[in-house]
Design a protein around this ligand. Structure first.
Ligand SMILES: Nc1ncnc2c1ncn2[C@@H]1O[C@H](COP(=O)(O)OP(=O)(O)O)[C@@H](O)[C@H]1O
Ligand SMILES: [Mg+2]
Length: 233
């Protein structure tokens, strides 16, 4: 088998609640797993198990107390747990994408520009980036009248589709997804299933949280049960 795209080993984290007299809340302890190109792996376990926290550790938003998070970046390997901020920014720009649960709305920027932005950031010309953004929003059934509008006033499901389009439009070898279909109807969940399938066929490794069991069964090759990462650190 090829080198993994993501290799997490011995990850441990305890939240320390300073406003609660330093109460300690262990969230994961000794978490180890690997992800290869073209596979989609779900983080499983009940609410509060630590799935979102684990995803944020991989993305570098949460610090880990121990362990390594090695991400393959071309010929290099970057340990997210130790990378300098600039290196992490570069890794996120080209290698590691993140589809958050909620869209972070930017005032006055149209849905179309929000979606095209990652491609423009990659140096793709607007004449190519904008049609690709339109095509993706069209596949996700976002009404065309909404494309020129900023998503701030969109419904939850409309915002989620803009967010998915933004997260999937550019090629990133590693994609992290936190409940990408939570606010979608069945038809649009099916579109997302197809889009994820296309990513996998393009060799993208996906680590995600998929609450909808139908979606999970359709796209995921295996499930990592986060509760097995013993929480009694
Ligand atoms: N920033 C934080 N500070 C303190 N506790 C947190 C923080 N983020 C998450 N937690 C706690 O860690 C546990 C796991 O949360 P989370 O990772 O969101 O679980 P899941 O995504 O599996 O529902 C929860 O008990 C939650 O309250
Ligand atoms: Mg969560």
């Amino acid at each position: 088998m090829s080198e993994p795209i993501l290799q997490a080993s011995g990850l441990s984290k305890t939240f320390v609640l300073h406003l609660r007299e330093g109460a300690r809340l262990p969230v994961v302890s000794g978490a180890s797993f690997e992800l290869h190109a073209g596979e989609c792996v779900a983080l499983g376990g009940p609410s509060g198990a630590g799935k979102s926290s684990l995803l944020k550790m991989v993305y570098g938003n949460y610090r880990v107390d121990a362990g390594a998070i090695r991400v393959r970046d071309g010929d290099e390997q970057v340990d997210v747990a130790r990378a300098a901020p600039r290196r992490l920014i570069r890794l996120r720009a080209h290698t590691m994408g993140y589809v958050s649960q909620f869209l972070r709305v930017i005032p006055r920027v149209s849905a179309l520009d929000v979606v095209a932005d990652p491609l423009l950031g990659d140096g793709v010309a607007p004449e190519e980036a904008l049609p690709r953004a339109r095509a993706l929003l069209g596949r996700l059934n976002l009404p065309e009248r909404l494309w020129p509008l900023p998503p701030a006033t969109f419904s939850g499901g409309e915002q989620q589709r803009v967010n998915i389009a933004r997260g999937l439009i550019a090629h990133r070898p590693l994609l992290l997804m936190d409940e990408p279909t939570a606010s979608l109807d069945a038809a649009n969940r099916q579109v997302v299933v197809e889009l994820i399938g296309e990513k996998k066929r393009a060799g993208v490794a996906i680590l995600g949280i998929f609450h909808d069991s139908e979606v999970r069964e359709a796209v995921c090759d295996r499930v990592i049960d986060v509760t097995t990462f013993g929480q009694a650190a």
